[in-house]
Ligand binder design. Structure first.
Ligand code: PBG
Length: 325
């Protein structure tokens, strides 16, 4: 035998030398749930270590995460039921706690990269990402609300605007609105290939944002479709997206790879709530090693082609690699 691949695997020093990729905290955007109020740190049961935070405690948490090397965060609001209505007006209102929180975070930590969520569902009494009329999710009528939300978020200091709603034409519409309002340097990360997935369950529980009726299949993509992701990619590029995203990540590694092979834009992947909950459940039963399986999952997402990973594991992974140093 002339070729023996095992020679390069013999010691850790050799393995480290030939290791092709490495996940670092610089790859991460850490999702955080925000509630109005004070002194609130309320754990999301299915995702241990992830909480609904009030701003005062979130600031302390961000400080801790910065010390661990995590520089980027995406914020999601959990909104009181009585502030929701059918047109999601609270999403861009001046007294929106989410917008105020972003302003405070950026004042306190100007160096962090803050990403927003643009979609109606956290603010909508219907729990859908778009306007609902007679059970139909309206597309074009939703765009002006998304535009107002995006402009209010840019004004509040968000660095990246994150439309997660999957309405057609939203990237172009939001780009135009941002530019017209003086935010031409604020980036858009499009949820390009966002699938109608069962893996969003824990997130909807955390935000109490599940649809009141029906499902999201008329706007989110069919998990059976791959070519359609390329069509969404072409549109997002033409419409001015700065990042393209695949969501979820683990059951869609082929889609991450496909987008990476077909674009020069940075590709992000959203390692969603259900993927995180699944590992915690197995680990709690003693069926999987949490730290090892987490590292392997993150590695697989990066190996598939993700330049950026949105993950609830961000802090645990950061602590893990710090411990290993
Ligand atoms: C909705 C939104 C969802 C997530 C992010 N933004 C859920 C949905 O589409 O119903 C899911 C994130 C996760 O599961 O971690 N705009």
């Amino acid at each position: 035998m002339l070729q023996r691949p095992r020679r390069n695997r013999r010691t850790e020093a050799l393995r480290a030398m030939v290791r092709e990729i490495e996940v670092t905290t610089k790859d991460f955007i850490y999702p955080m749930f925000l509630v109005d109020g004070n002194g609130i740190k309320n754990e999301v049961k299915s995702m241990p270590g992830n909480f609904r935070w009030s701003l005062d405690l979130l600031l302390e948490e961000i400080e801790e995460c910065i010390a661990l090397g995590i520089n980027s965060y995406v914020l999601f609001p959990a909104v009181e039921e009585d502030l929701k209505n059918s047109t999601a007006t609270y999403s861009y209102s001046d007294d929106n706690f989410y917008l105020k929180a972003a302003r405070t975070i950026k004042e306190r930590f100007p160096q962090v990269c803050l990403m927003s969520d643009v979609a109606l569902d956290p603010y909508s009494s219907d729990g859908h990402d778009g306007l609902v009329q007679d059970g139909i999710i309206l597309n074009d009528e939703t765009l002006p609300i998304l535009g107002k939300m995006a402009v209010a978020q840019a004004k509040a200091g968000f660095d990246i605007i994150g439309p997660s709603d999957m309405m057609d034409g939203r990237i172009e519409y939001i780009r135009e609105q941002l530019d017209a309002n003086g935010y031409k340097n604020i980036a858009i990360m499009s949820y390009t290939a966002k699938y109608a997935s069962a893996f969003y369950g824990p997130f909807r529980d955390a935000l109490d944002s599940a649809p009141k009726a029906g499902d999201k299949k008329t706007y989110q993509m069919d998990p059976a479709n791959k070519t359609e992701a390329l069509r969404e990619l072409e549109l997002d590029e033409a419409e001015g997206a700065d990042f393209v995203m695949v969501k979820p990540a683990l059951a869609y590694l082929d889609i991450i790879h496909l987008l990476k092979e077909n674009t020069n834009l940075p590709v992000a992947a959203y390692n969603v709530s259900g993927e995180c909950a699944m590992l915690h459940a197995a680990a709690q039963n003693g069926w999987l090693d949490y730290e090892k399986a987490m590292s392997e999952m993150l590695l697989s997402i990066k190996r598939a082609g993700a330049d950026v990973i949105l993950t609830y594991f961000a802090k645990d992974y950061a602590k893990l690699i710090q411990k290993q140093k």
